[in-house]
Design a protein around this ligand. Structure first.
Ligand code: DX5
Ligand code: ZN
Length: 220
């Protein structure tokens, strides 16, 4: 089946002194999504950025904003991220008191809803949610930091989720986040991922060239 593919550069790895320029560079390369990692120092050890930066990014780009909330009780902030201009909001299954209700809350804001699972969480846990999801994200690294290597054991989850989605005739995207680079991207796409997050692989070095190279591989 032909499905849309998107590269979603994670600005966690960007140079914030020139964030606007770097977003422009990925736009010029033909990228259509931006991945926005929110970390709270509790669900994951690190802190990143939150509402004020999203507001500026929204004002500066028309690209699809793919917001990944690595925070405890993300339900508290869904409306606020939605009103600041997120296009899609992905919540961690492990962080929600009631994941189904949280997904409904995202949709009630008119946004696309995603559920992410950590490396230790089995895909079976989210299988029943797939019909109501726009995106599922089996993390390929322990969430919290950029620049890590893919955990190979997580890749089977990509294939499994894609198989369940296709067998049920659903339209849910399968996103991969963590450790994606030019040398492993084709294999990840072959497993059925259609949204690819890349932080260091885009923002280390020549941003536009990196994005063009990854897009070339992604589109085959
Ligand atoms: C990790 C974040 C990722 C991160 C990916 O917790 O969710 O989005 O920015 O970075 P790379 O591509 O460098 O692994
Ligand atoms: Zn992320």
């Amino acid at each position: 089946m032909q499905r849309e593919k998107h590269l979603s550069p994670s600005i966690l790895a960007a140079d914030f002194m020139i964030l606007g320029e770097q977003i422009r560079a990925v736009e010029e390369a033909g990228v259509d999504w931006i991945h926005y990692d929110v970390m709270d120092g509790t669900f994951v050890p690190a802190l990143s950025f939150g509402m004020p930066v999203l507001k500026s990014v929204r004002a500066g780009t028309k690209l699809y904003l793919d917001v990944h909330l690595m925070i405890e009780k993300p339900e508290r902030y869904i409306e606020e991220f939605a009103s600041l201009g997120a296009d899609g909001i992905t919540l961690h299954y492990e962080a929600c008191a009631d994941p189904e209700r949280a997904v409904r809350a995202v949709k009630a804001c008119g946004k696309r809803a995603g559920i992410a699972i950590k490396p230790a969480t089995k895909p079976e846990e989210v299988r029943d949610l797939l019909p109501m999801l726009d995106l599922v994200l089996p993390m390929t690294v322990e969430p919290g930091f950029g620049g890590q290597e893919v955990l190979p054991e997580c890749l089977d989850k990509v294939s499994t989720l894609r198989k369940w989605i296709d067998e049920a005739g659903l339209s849910c995207d399968v996103e991969v986040d963590g450790g994606v680079r030019a040398d492993n991207l084709a294999g990840i796409v072959a497993r059925g991922a259609n949204v690819i997050v890349a932080g260091s692989a885009v923002f280390r070095g020549n941003v536009r060239q990196n994005a063009e190279q990854l897009l070339g591989i992604l589109r085959g």
